[in-house]
Design a protein around this ligand. Structure first.
Ligand SMILES: [Zn+2]
Length: 340
């Protein structure tokens, strides 16, 4: 067990681990001093809030409610992966639990199933309340889980603890079911992996959107079938359309077209990306990029595609004499993510 970190020290440890932190009011001195011990500490307890919405969740965890005064944890971790520090010192989060579990945490050994509630957990554990309804359906966004892993790892690293010092509330007492929706063994494995890295060796998780995007598939299509483009008409290029999503995603899509070299130099070549719904209807605003002449042209898109939208591309050529131009080759490359 260890002397609790000071407020300044925990703030520095969280930031060094790449966690985005919001300091809520007088969190450094908001605690349950006078209602029991604080320290020595042995580990970290992870909870779900059974609430929704960041502001409401932070408020209740700071202030508590009738019968259970706040703070109800040290940090609230929202769905975007931001840690809101609401208190420091003794907090009403772990409550009574099993002394045999505490012994296992101190020894960093496998946990026995809790079957007694004979030990004051609020004196021994840091606590993170993580915003989730706890109904087994409310999702745990990747950025939130990553922030939970990093916040836990930050405390373990500061104390020289292993991931075995991180437990779920339901592992502390048989009277609780939180956190629900992910496995604590998997969670500890992620904390352990995090601890094997030096802090600050990679970029912070939030609020960068790229970090929400694991393992994209790669669109890499090439088509050499000639397509005659009538002058002045938009033509959709029939790439595979894999772009259906479960949420906002960052795209970096590159379309390359090759027109017949004989096309006039003053031919106007326009390309545009746009979004439609899954039935191909309700097109978004277009962003048209203009090129000139025959040969190769590239069109790039960087941006997000909301849930349920398809990304599409169209090409239009205008020639001075309204003659058609032949498209001889086209490719599309870029990452994409299919619906979960
Ligand atoms: Zn809990």
């Amino acid at each position: 067990m260890a002397t609790p970190l000071t407020a300044s020290r925990v703030l520095a440890a969280l930031r060094a681990e790449g966690v985005s932190v919001v300091e809520v009011g007088s969190w450094r001195t908001h605690n349950r001093a006078g209602h029991g011990a604080w320290g020595p500490v042995a580990g970290v307890v992870v909870h779900h809030t059974v609430t929704s919405g960041t502001a409401a969740s932070v408020a209740i965890c700071r202030d508590g409610y009738a019968g259970l005064p706040g703070p109800l944890c040290h940090g609230v971790i929202d769905k975007r992966g931001v840690v809101h520090l609401v208190g420091w010192g003794r907090a009403n989060h772990a409550g009574s639990g099993d002394g045999d579990v505490l012994k296992a945490v101190i020894a960093e050994k496998a946990l026995p199933a809790p079957n007694e509630n004979d030990t004051d957990g609020n004196a021994r554990f840091y606590g993170f309340e993580c915003v989730n309804l706890g109904d087994g359906k409310d999702p745990w966004p990747a950025v939130q889980l990553e922030a939970m892993v990093r916040a836990s790892a930050a405390l373990c690293r500061a104390h020289g603890w292993s991931a075995a010092s991180v437990i779920g509330h339901k592992e502390w007492t048989n009277t609780k079911t939180d956190p629900r929706g992910f496995g604590m063994a998997d969670f500890r494995a992620r904390v352990a992996a995090r601890l094997r890295k030096a802090p600050g060796t990679d970029t912070p998780t939030v609020p960068s959107q790229e970090d929400t995007v694991p393992n994209p598939s790669m669109l890499n299509e090439s088509n050499t079938t000639d397509v005659e483009l009538p002058s002045g008409e938009w033509v959709g290029l029939a790439f595979t359309d894999p772009v259906v999503h479960s949420g906002p995603r960052l795209h970096n899509t590159l379309v390359h077209v090759s027109l017949e070299e004989e096309a006039p130099d003053d031919a106007l070549v326009e390309g545009r990306f746009y979004l439609t719904d899954t039935s191909g209807k309700n097109p978004s605003a277009y962003q048209t990029v203009t090129r000139h002449g025959g040969g190769g042209h590239q069109f790039a898109l960087s941006g997000t595609v909301p849930a349920g939208k398809h990304l599409r591309f169209q090409l239009r050529v205008r020639t001075p004499d309204a003659s058609p131009v032949t498209l001889v080759h086209r490719t599309a490359t870029g990452p994409y993510w299919t619906a979960a």
